[in-house]
Design a protein around this ligand. Structure first.
Ligand SMILES: *Cc1c(COP(=O)(O)O)cnc(C)c1O
Length: 458
């Protein structure tokens, strides 16, 4: 059963016309509207046992084994999201994201518990300082529902391991004493599951730090628990602008009327919305599904931001796709649809290298004063470069001068800026000094050989 998206979805932001509601699973048909729309009711009635799930979903043997497994990652599904699941289709893309199967119990060779090496980048618990000017602040381990491929399953879902006020104090203290941090990304877990006053307290304290320019929240609440996006929450968030919010949606069917309405409320409060999707086998590893998804997102005023290659996290092995699948999806989007509907495909580098963008190649060749390009249709053209370009002069540029020489240019950007000639991996110098010595020895030996020849008697 395919749920059709309302083509006039954007009308739903106008408050006068109540939008249609998604149909509920029969199990909850008699729950009064007021309870169904109460996010606390939704949380209290989450499904997490075999018996509950089997009340309306025909589970496969693989799913039954997954749900029964002793040490699996936490299972919880809001009644709202469970109602979007196709109870009769084991391949339902929403079902695959939240119902465990025996396949997640299987390990795979490349798996790593903390594949992004976040812990090595944590100056205080729950704060990840990986990039020069921004930090990731984990404020809770709880989510409204749990994604089977969770990249932070090492901490997420643990009922006992919660972040406390003292953790927030230490995180905020680090940020306050680290003036280069201008962007704080609040995540978890799902920050929108915190009580409004607790989240507000964090936002208020961050806002008091002069060098913190923007706040960002990462949340899947608009998808799993759209009831939470109520006037109280939105009214609070809008007091802390500039505040950006990234949601996480993987399949167009997740953009149900309720999720659209939650996004409209946030967008109406002036909160720029982005979406981070994960490329998942059997869920969205299809160019046409991805096109439907990005179109549903931009209709809801959500800009597709990142498409992630699935991390090397235990339990997620069966969701992984070849990297080439992601490149193919970007190839099918770029040029074929609105530019702002195309996310950046990234691989979050195992070992803590950060996000690495990967994309199709459009630069076919280059020569003296000319580059050869191909477009999305396969049309090949040339662009002639100027012959009289006056090189940018950092000494006469106020922006360059005010940035000073604090080592902001590193890596390949530093090579292009002329700050270094080369970058060498660790140990490179020792190895190459050794090679040099050997070569010199060889030359000297040659010389000795020659002497030998010249003087055969010695
Ligand atoms: C993804 C991420 C960020 C934010 O990266 P952007 O590319 O700026 O969205 C910051 N810190 C960490 C540790 C991250 O993983």
């Amino acid at each position: 059963m395919e749920r059709q998206l309302d083509p006039n979805a954007f009308d739903e932001s106008s408050e006068d016309k109540p939008p249609p509601a998604s149909s509920r699973a029969p199990l909850w048909a008699n729950v009064p509207e007021a309870q169904w729309d109460d996010w606390r009711w939704q949380l209290r009635h989450r499904l997490n046992t075999l018996e509950e799930l089997q009340q309306f979903i025909r589970l496969t043997p693989e799913e039954i084994e997954g749900v029964r497994a002793q040490h699996r990652f936490r299972l919880d599904i809001t009644p709202y999201f469970a109602s979007l699941i196709d109870a009769d289709d084991p391949a339902c893309p929403l079902r695959r994201q939240v119902i465990p199967t025996s396949r997640e119990l299987r390990g795979f060779e490349a798996a790593m518990v903390d594949s992004l090496n976040e812990e090595a980048h944590s100056p205080v618990p729950g704060l990840v300082h990986r990039y020069p000017d921004r930090v990731l602040m984990l404020v809770t381990t709880q989510c409204a529902s749990y994604c089977r491929y969770c990249t932070r399953s090492r901490i997420v879902g643990e009922a006992r391991a919660q972040f406390k006020r003292s953790n927030y104090d230490a995180q905020i203290d680090y940020i306050a004493h680290t003036p280069e941090v201008r962007d704080v990304l609040i995540s978890g877990g799902d920050p929108l599951l915190l009580a409004t006053h607790v989240l507000e307290d964090i936002l208020r304290r961050l806002r008091q730090i002069p060098h913190v320019e923007i706040l960002r929240v990462g949340s899947r609440v608009p998808v799993f628990l759209p009831q939470r996006v109520d006037d109280e929450l939105v009214g609070m968030l809008r007091r802390y602008h500039p505040l950006w919010l990234n949601i996480h949606v993987n399949h167009p069917r997740e953009m149900a009327p309720e999720a659209q309405r939650a996004c409209a409320r946030l967008a109406d409060a002036g909160i720029p919305l982005g979406c981070q999707s994960v490329l998942l086998a059997g869920v969205n590893d299809c160019p046409n599904v991805m096109r439907e998804l990005v179109h549903a997102l931009v209709r809801a005023r959500v800009r597709p931001y990142y498409l992630y290659q699935c991390d090397l996290v235990p339990g997620a092995g069966h969701f992984r796709t070849p990297v080439s699948r992601g490149i193919e999806i970007i190839e099918s989007l770029r040029g074929h649809t609105s530019g702002f509907a195309v996310p950046t495909f990234v691989i979050d580098a195992p070992g803590g290298g950060g996000k690495v963008p990967v994309m199709p190649q459009y630069l076919v060749s280059q020569g003296d004063g000319r580059v050869v390009l191909r477009n999305f249709e396969g049309f090949i053209t040339t662009y002639s470069e100027p012959t009289d370009y006056q090189r940018h002069d950092p000494a006469r540029c106020p922006a360059c001068r005010s940035r000073g020489s604090e080592g902001g240019q590193e890596g390949v950007a530093g090579l292009l800026a002329g700050e270094h000639v080369s970058i060498a991996p660790e140990g490179f110098e020792q190895v190459h000094q050794r090679l040099t010595r050997i070569r010199w020895q060889a030359v000297n030996l040659d010389a000795e050989d020659k002497e030998d020849e010249a003087c055969p008697s010695t």
